[in-house]
Every structure is written in C-alpha cells, then in structure tokens.
Design a protein around this ligand. Structure first.
Ligand code: AMP
Length: 299
C-alpha cells in the first residue's frame, strides 16, 4: 500500500492505475480518518468494483464552523493506515492542509438550494467546504467511481448534484449506513459519547426505525401528509428522550430536499441531536414507490 502526501504523487499513482472500467478503474473513498466499519464497508465495495482503491484521509478545515470540533476531531494515522492496508487499499492520500489549500487559495464551490437546508441550515458553510474539497480530491485522484455513505445523506445529494453540474465523469456510489448491533450509526464522533450519552443516543435509531415502519404501512397516503406524520413521530420520540437535545427533525423529498409533495418518490427522514457535547446525525429513506422504480440519489 502506498502512502502519498502530495498531490503530484497521488495524481501519478492514479494515472498509472486507472483510466477505464473494471480491472483498470480507480475507486476513491474520501474520509476524515479515524476509520471504522462504516468507512471500511465503502472500501470493500470499492475493492469489489475497481482495480485500484484510493482512500483519502483529510480533516477538512473548510467544512468546520468556527465553534465546531475541528481541533478535537479524533485522529489516529497509524491505526488508519493499518486498517486501510488490511482492507486491501492500494493507496492512501494523506495531504496536509497546505497541500490542499496553498497560500492564496480563494475558490469556493457552492451548491445553491441544496447546501442551506437541513444540516446546512444548522452548519452554515459546511457544504461549501465539502463541495470544495471534493472537487479538489476528484481532480487530483481522477477516480472512475467515488464511494460515500448514506449516513451523510444530504452530503450525497449535494455531491451528486455538484458532480453532475460540473461535468465530472466519475459515478457516485452511495452505500448503506453501517450500524452497531444496538442500531447506533457508526461515526468517528461516537468515541466522544459517555455511557449515558450513548444510551440516550440510541433513541435516534429507535425513533427513525419506528417511523420507517410506520411509513411503510402508510399505503397510498399523500406524501406531504405522510412526511408530516413521520416527522412528528420522530420529533415526539426524540423530544421525550432525556439527555438528548434535538437540533432538527426533517422529512423531505429525498431527491430535491424540498417539501414532500405529490410526485415525491422517497422521503428522507433525517435528524440531528446532541447527546452531551456530541452532535449526532442519522437518517432513513422511506420509499413511496417500488424499489426498482426509485432512482433517488440515495438509493
Ligand atoms: P467521514 O470520515 O465522517 O467524513 O466519512 C467518510 C465517508 O464515510 C462518508 O461518505 C460517510 O458518509 C461514510 N460513512 C461514515 N459513517 C458511515 C456509516 N456508519 N455507514 C456508512 N458510511 C459511513
């Protein structure tokens, strides 16, 4: 496994490995490190589908707000490299911030309309940071396929639109959320949770799962009404949970992230809440049409 720290080396590694489909294609899994089974599920999917797998590890300062946890975001390079190697990664791209954002860097990529709702409303500037770093990573690595998790559903929707708008040829593969046995979605930030915080956090997957089941039973109900009902269910459950501070609960059209309405094919039921100091996000997608008919960005 190669460990590459500058863009030139990364570019030439990918140039040697990629170019087409199947055996000679390059798969990129962008991460902020502190790897867990969620990240590794993306690596394994890429391993099955691509000739070479590149994992990038970069805690991207542009996507953290001034009051957020950039400084205390968990990092463990040695462990990450070991896990990547065991998972069969061909190259890890580990750029320093100066490599990604050289002095005088002023470019920003905005995905208007999608970037300022849900997570974007709570974290102004977050998705501009995400879109900007991904344009750079896509240009440096030049993958044929890029792998992201449904865990960050809005991120997938924003990035898919950005790639389409800017003409990136790579395809985006969105993989299911990996959860602990008790339902908690894996996240690098879970290490911050106290025992009590973790217990409170379990209300999130429980509430989403219950609403998902209620949604599947909602045969023929108009999407706007169903979305409202599911949102209220989740909000009610989470608000009652001691030790959890709800930021938002949303039931939106999974493709436009706007209000669910007639014609909505899937509802993205998502939420953010704090357990202690740890901010957690999670979501489920409720399909309103048979699975095959729904080509949602997330599915
Ligand atoms: P992060 O390191 O948190 O930026 O995540 C890097 C990638 O891994 C993103 O595409 C995430 O959506 C994905 N990811 C994070 N947690 C999970 C999870 N529990 N299941 C599936 N994918 C995940």
């Amino acid at each position: 496994m190669e460990v590459l720290r500058n863009a030139g080396d990364m570019r030439s590694f990918a140039g040697k490995s990629g170019g087409a489909v199947g055996e000679s294609s390059v798969g990129l899994v962008p991460t902020m490190g502190y790897l867990h089974e969620g990240h590794l599920s993306l690596v394994r999917r890429a391993r099955r589908e691509c000739g070479a797998v590149v994992v990038s590890i970069f805690v991207n300062p542009l996507q953290f707000g001034p009051a957020e946890d950039l400084d205390r975001y968990p990092r463990d390079e040695e462990r990450d490299l070991r896990l990547a190697e065991e998972a069969g990664v061909d190259a890890v791209f580990l750029p320093r911030p100066e490599e990604m954002y050289p002095v005088g860097f002023t470019t920003e990529v905005r995905v208007r309309g999608l970037e300022d709702v849900l997570e974007g409303a709570s974290r102004p500037g977050h998705f501009a940071g995400v879109a900007t770093v991904l344009v750079k990573l896509l240009n440096v690595v030049g993958p044929d396929r890029m792998y992201m998790g449904q865990k960050d559903a809005q991120q997938a929707v924003v990035v898919r639109r950005m790639m389409r708008d800017l003409g990136f040829a790579a395809s985006l593969v969105v993989c299911p959320t990996v959860r602990e046995r008790d339902g908690l979605a894996l996240s690098s930030r879970n290490v911050y949770l106290s025992a009590a915080g973790r217990e409170a956090a379990l209300a999130i997957p429980r509430a989403l799962r219950a609403a998902e089941e209620a949604g599947q039973a909602g045969d023929g109900e108009p999407p706007a009404r169903l979305a409202h009902r599911l949102r209220e269910l989740v909000k009610g459950d989470l608000t009652l949970q001691e030790g959890l501070e709800v930021d938002y609960v949303s039931a939106a059209d999974a493709e436009s992230l706007g209000d669910a309405a007639d014609g909505t094919r899937a509802i993205l039921l998502s939420c953010a809440a704090k357990a202690g100091d740890t901010r957690l996000i999670d979501n489920v997608v409720v399909r309103l049409e048979p699975e095959k008919a729904v080509q949602s960005p997330l599915l």
